[in-house]
Structure formats: structure tokens, C-alpha cells
Design a protein around this ligand. Structure first.
Ligand SMILES: [Zn+2]
Ligand SMILES: [Zn+2]
Length: 104
């Protein structure tokens, strides 16, 4: 008799809201997470690693990186700021306006 233990990946769907797959265009991409479980006799016992969330299309099976914020964030959720000098918007991680050089 063998002791069959190991770490297995387990794919979990995080939410049930379908998104449009950029690869095949179908609304069958779901936010998915691959957790790794320590399993014994193929039964997952302990979650050893929580995976990053990503979009996985169930039609074509293509994974897509959703970036650091997979939540359906409010449109233009304030990550951009507007330059006081030229009025253009840019990411708030910039210290200077990339359009005109105005200090942010
Ligand atoms: Zn697809
Ligand atoms: Zn500017």
C-alpha cells in the first residue's frame, strides 16, 4: 500500500458573473483562481497556496490575466489624476505629468 500524498492544483470559480473572452468573444470567461491543496489519496485536505485570480474562458479554455484588481471596478475608479497644468489625465503613480512635466 502506498501513501499517496502531494500538492494538487484545484481550479475554483470565484464569481459567477461571465465576462467577455477577448480571445473568442463569448461571454464565457469567469474569474477563476487556482489554489494548491495538500492532498492525501487525491482528497484535498489543506490549502497550501492561494492562487492569483485570473479570467478563464470556459469555451476556449484560455486564461487571461486580469491584473492586480480583478473586481469589476467602478469605471475610472480614481487611479487617474488630472494634471493641473495641461488638464490631461495620467496614472497617479507618476510623480510628474508625462504630458507636460508638471509636478503631480
Ligand atoms: Zn474564449
Ligand atoms: Zn500636464
Amino acid at each position: 500500500m502506498f501513501l499517496i500524498a502531494g500538492v494538487q492544483p484545484k481550479t475554483r470559480r470565484v464569481d459567477d458573473q461571465p465576462r467577455r473572452c477577448p480571445a473568442c468573444g463569448r461571454m464565457q470567461a469567469y474569474t477563476t483562481r487556482v489554489d494548491h491543496y495538500l492532498s492525501l489519496f487525491f482528497i484535498p485536505l489543506v490549502r497550501v497556496k492561494q492562487g492569483e485570480r485570473f479570467l478563464l474562458c470556459e469555451y476556449c479554455g484560455r486564461p487571461m490575466n486580469t491584473g492586480p484588481s480583478p473586481e469589476p471596478a467602478a469605471p475610472l475608479s480614481g487611479t487617474d489624476i488630472t494634471c493641473v497644468a495641461c488638464g490631461k489625465s495620467f496614472d497617479r503613480s507618476f510623480n510628474y505629468c508625462p504630458h507636460c512635466g508638471q509636478r503631480a
